[in-house]
Design a protein. Structure first.
Length: 169
């Protein structure tokens, strides 16, 4: 699966890693595995990726930079896929939501995850003790704010960034 992601500042990935230590029975994301998905684009081979990237770049023309902020900790008690609960850093960004909606016009939304169901977030950990997850969700965190001035094309099968586009596009 290919996606268009928001690159994360180190303050966000460090916060996620620090909070994950409070969920010892869960599968935490390691540094370098944290992502903020703007839109899943689809899957396929290299030729499919080239087509998807081209379509996404066309959709990004005129995309300005935008602001984003981690504002707290949340959870999906029952994940759409994979182990539950999913504990995450909640991200507020009207610009990201607007970008997601625009990309949903070009690329079909993934049911249960995108479109009206889209929740901007950075996963901290999956599975484990539900009581520990609830305690972490109640914790206050210092907000982390940043300007999004680039987007990354990401190959989830390989767990790596493929290319970037600078904003404004």
């Amino acid at each position: 699966m290919y996606s268009l992601n928001v690159p994360l500042p180190s303050a966000v990935t460090s916060l996620a890693a620090d909070l994950a230590t409070e969920l010892p029975l869960a599968r935490a994301r390691s540094r370098g595995e944290h992502t903020l998905v703007a839109k899943r684009l689809g899957g396929g081979d290299h030729a499919a990726y080239a087509r998807l990237e081209g379509q996404a770049r066309d959709s990004l023309r005129g995309q300005p930079t935008f602001e984003a902020a981690v504002t707290g900790v949340g959870q999906f008690e029952a994940a759409a896929t994979g182990p539950s609960p999913v504990v995450y850093l909640a991200v507020e960004s009207p610009g990201l939501v607007a970008l997601h909606e625009r990309l949903c016009e070009r690329f079909d939304p993934v049911e249960g995850l995108e479109g009206e169901d889209y929740v901007p977030h950075v996963t901290i950990a999956r599975g484990g003790d539900a009581a520990a997850a609830r305690r972490l969700v109640e914790r206050d965190v210092e907000p982390v704010r940043w300007s999004v001035d680039a987007l990354a094309f990401f190959d989830a099968d390989r767990g790596q960034e493929v290319s970037r586009v600078s904003l404004p596009a």
